[in-house]
Write a protein that binds this ligand. Sequence first.
Ligand code: AMP
Length: 189
Amino acid sequence: MRVFLLLGPPGAGKGTQARRLVEKYNWGYLATGDLLREEISKGTPLGNQIQPLVTNGKLVPDELIIALVGTHLQEGRDYLLDGFPRTVPQAEALDQLLRSRKATFKAAFLLEVPEEVLLQRIQRRAAIEGRADDNPETIRTRLQEYHTKTAPLIEYYRQRGLLYRISGVGEVEEITQRIDNHLSTLLKE
Ligand code: AMP
């Protein structure tokens, strides 16, 4: 089992790139944001507990996320992770989980996009998808959460030689190609 991660701020294009890569490589796909929105829409106890946090753009506590991932990550296939880990404790918990399953974390692809482009993209997505957390106030909170809690993961993976910086600006296809250039080497290892 090999694991790849898409890392980057809200609006960087993680979901868009993830869908393309998962289809191309036939990987499993785990997006904690999607799982949480599903819990909320079903009105499960977890969904009700986390709904105010997600709606306000705050991160959900690490232990809830780690438990959720543990139940969804199936053995015996490669995975693309999107939106998890989002904090250093989550990354440490993932490393431990992967060790216990004899799986390898292969690469973190960091999608780099200037902040003004992020804001434009999120506003466009708000108009198309109607996500409750894509409003101006919440976007500010989500970017703040990213900078304070998630950005330290860049250093975490860089120190381990697992970070690949990808320009997230340009056509969707071009950006996939940039990731693919690295994957063609990584998948041969
Ligand atoms: P996303 O769809 O990845 O942008 O996630 C939407 C929201 O779900 C985030 O703003 C957080 O409130 C919550 N969330 C998703 N993944 C995580 C995570 N790994 N850790 C904490 N909160 C998360």
